[in-house]
Design a protein around this ligand. Structure first.
Ligand code: G3P
Length: 220
């Protein structure tokens, strides 16, 4: 199972790398707006800095802002020319689907984002998206079952041998990651804190404390 980091923050990406838990990075316009970027040039430089931190098959999903088809194509092409590790992240709209088809024909990788239903996931796969990003946490927020969506998408993709990979997004807590790994999807993308939460267990803390105390009570 792959761990992508959902951030545009270089420190967090470096932290995930040093933890050995970095298989890729996803960003979105809200995340990039939290960084020290004030214009398109800054954003491009920032994306390049992220890409320079990535190895081998790892990649960065960078999202387009435009919603008009021609502008989506222009923006997506600019992103893909910026660095070979960039995957063009495109929202699931009518123009988004057309843009995904366009990039798929050109062998440019895409990540279809803002997926909240199986119907959307089917259209994204049919258009040739490399990845789909179903948003678990935001569905849970409105009392829907995000994990059921992931199960259904996996089932449908297997039925038809779609090559689109499922990259579960909007991950809020460790159980999201654990349940996704039971379902067997390609990857989750989460804030680094959720990965750290996987470490926690009170019996580990108690056990470690006792080991250290026992040792020091005898050995000076
Ligand atoms: O990058 C998309 C997604 O992961 C956003 O998550 O926490 O804003 O719902 P969140």
């Amino acid at each position: 199972m792959k761990f992508f980091i959902d951030t545009a923050n270089l420190k967090e990406i470096d932290e995930a790398r040093s933890l050995g838990m970095l298989d890729g990075v996803t960003t979105n316009p809200s995340l990039i707006s939290k960084e020290s970027v004030f214009n398109q040039k800054d954003i491009q430089k920032h994306y390049i800095s992220i890409c320079q931190r990535l190895k081998n098959e790892e990649n960065l999903s960078a999202e387009i802002i435009s919603t008009d088809y021609n502008k989506m194509i222009q923006e997506g092409e600019e992103l893909s020319f910026l660095h070979p590790k960039i995957v063009v992240k495109i929202p699931i709209t009518k123009n988004g689907i057309k843009a995904i088809k366009y990039f798929s024909n050109k062998k440019i990788k895409t990540n279809c984002t803002l997926i909240f239903s199986t119907g959307q996931a089917i259209l994204a796969a049919k258009a040739g998206a490399s990845y789909v990003s179903p948003f678990l946490g935001r569905l849970d927020d409105i009392s829907h079952n995000g994990l059921n969506l992931i199960r259904e998408i996996k089932n449908i993709y297997e039925n038809y041998h779609f090559k689109t990979k499922i990259l579960a997004a909007s991950i809020r807590h460790p159980l999201h990651i654990i349940e996704c790994s039971k379902i067997g999807i390609y990857a989750t993308t989460s804030p680094i804190n959720v990965i750290y939460s996987l470490l926690n267990h009170p019996l580990t803390d108690i056990g470690l404390d006792k080991f250290i105390k026992d040792f020091h009570s005898k050995i000076k």
